[in-house]
Design a binder for this molecule. Structure first.
Ligand SMILES: [Zn+2]
Length: 484
């Protein structure tokens, strides 16, 4: 009995001592060797069976049904009629609300649904004050330490024909963006029956085509209320797999992420100019997290990371979040067909124009929903990304000193250092270091690599990476700077 109790403790202690010894005495090469050795000492990450089962519940037939229903309202232009039960954005709003309520009924009380309504003042595409409503379903997390950590996923349910202010023309919007809305509704339906540590918000947003108005209102309220939105995913134009360029691609999804944060201050820009980081915003770490998640849970879809905020001449509902300092990415199909976006429905010289359901690939959207759902699930069961991560710049050294603040989740196991060559687009190396709040990468100069820190729980779930900022000075000590 005594032995039984002592042995595991002894093993844990030996392992911890070994990890610290190996790491603190390692040179650059031996650190990487130690990394390989240490990998076998931590439990391998076996895919989470519950998440796999959850993803299998996502059904392309539900997505098709939602899209056809949304199209049946004729137009969902934000300026269209709001009190007709069969046509216009009001009918779409009420139908979506009822569907999200049905999803919530599967959640044993964890999911609540509200209509977030506000009066939008006159704006470029709003000729007179207009009531806008987003439908917002919140699936509450079950861990006290994580329930105030929010992950948001959205699609926009408004649509437009050739003119954004034409409230009466047919605007089926099957792809832009009934596809994203249907994906979000299906995620809500499926995820409502599962439990997560952190809170997930599913949104069908209005006013996107009018200037990102619904998402701007939500993000502004969130900022005012001090909501801790750790990540936001928007799905917009995720349903067409035959591009205007003739390319058929059913196995790629683009994930757009900005490099330099939209809300960067001049001081932060100055630091970045000195030491880099233009490829390491929180949004870019989120995109890398989505890519890694996809490789494990949605291999039928290849994540094409695009290192820019959005496409040329276009925007989306992630932008108001970015502007307020929340990490956010955009999902969009790889090859768009502009004959089926923002077009009046018509046939011209034998070509069908218009955003019609016949140009939408429902099983593909289901795969996009699976990638989103896997990412949200893993974000919401993993610990939060570490906060206050910094590279200590007090001394000139060939080592790299990192420190960060403690996570507070009860199931936290510890932290990992990740690193890569400065020209690598993704993290290439990781080293588990146990539950410590600082670490020195011996013989690995901060000048030669990018480093990051992520948190790991006892099941091996990893947070997105936090990229360190320098703590201390970043400029040379002498003034003016020496020219070398
Ligand atoms: Zn759109």
């Amino acid at each position: 009995m005594n032995k039984m109790r002592v042995r595991p403790r002894f093993r844990t202690l030996t392992c911890a001592v070994l990890i610290l010894f190996l790491c603190s005495s390692a040179t650059a090469q031996s650190t990487q060797r130690a990394n390989r050795n240490l990998q076998v000492r931590i439990p391998r990450v076996t895919p989470n069976r519950e998440i796999i089962r959850m993803l299998a519940e996502i059904d392309a037939r539900n997505i098709e049904r939602t899209i056809r229903k949304l199209v049946s309202f004729g137009t969902r232009n934000t300026l269209s009629v709001q009190d007709d039960p069969n046509r216009g954005i009001g009918a779409a709003r009420d139908w979506l609300y009822a569907e999200f309520v049905k999803a919530a009924e599967r959640s044993e009380g964890r999911m609540t649904v509200v209509k977030q309504t506000f009066e939008q003042a006159k704006a470029a595409r709003i000729p007179q004050p207009t009531m806008l409503t987003s439908v917002v379903a919140t699936l509450k997390g079950r861990q006290a330490e994580a329930e105030q950590r929010f992950y948001v996923v959205s699609g926009h349910y408004d649509s437009m024909c050739g003119s954004p202010t034409n409230a009466t023309c047919d605007a089926p919007g099957a792809n832009d963006d009934a596809s994203g809305t249907a994906a979000v509704l299906e995620m809500a339906r499926v995820m409502a029956t599962h439990k997560f540590d952190a809170t997930i918000i599913f949104m069908a947003v209005a006013g996107e085509e009018q200037g990102l108005l619904g998402s701007t209102y939500f993000a502004e309220q969130a900022k005012k209320n001090g909501m801790n939105i750790e990540a936001m995913l928007t799905n917009d134009i995720v349903g067409n797999t035959l591009g205007g360029n003739g390319v058929r691609d059913r196995s790629t999804i683009r994930v757009f992420s900005e490099g330099v944060p939209s809300n960067e201050t001049p001081q932060e820009a100055n630091v970045r100019r000195g030491v880099g980081g233009e490829n390491d915003s929180a949004s870019r770490q989120l995109a890398r997290f989505v890519r890694e998640t996809g490789q494990r849970y949605a291999p039928q879809l290849k994540v094409m990371m695009v290192y820019r905020r959005d496409r040329y001449l276009r925007g989306g509902d992630h932008i108001p979040f970015l502007e307020r300092g929340f990490a956010a990415v955009r999902f969009t199909e790889p090859n768009e067909n502009y004959s089926h976006q923002h077009q009046n429905v018509r046939v011209e010289n034998g070509t069908q124009f218009g955003d019609l359901p016949q140009f939408v690939d429902f099983p593909y959207i289901a795969n996009v929903a699976r990638l989103n759902a896997a990412s949200l699930a893993l974000l919401a069961i993993a610990p939060a990304r570490p906060k206050g991560v910094s590279i200590v710049t007090a001394r000139l050294t060939n080592d790299t000193d990192l420190k960060w603040q403690a996570n507070n989740e009860p199931d936290l196991s510890g932290y990992e250092i990740v690193w890569r060559d400065t020209i690598s687009p993704v993290w290439t190396n990781s080293l588990p270091i146990g539950n410590v709040l600082s670490f020195t990468m011996k013989g690995m100069s901060k000048d030669n690599y990018f480093f990051g820190v992520r948190a790991v729980d006892r099941q091996g779930n990893r947070s997105p990476v936090s990229f360190p900022s320098p703590s201390g000075r970043t400029a040379p000590a002498t003034s003016p700077p020496p020219r070398q």
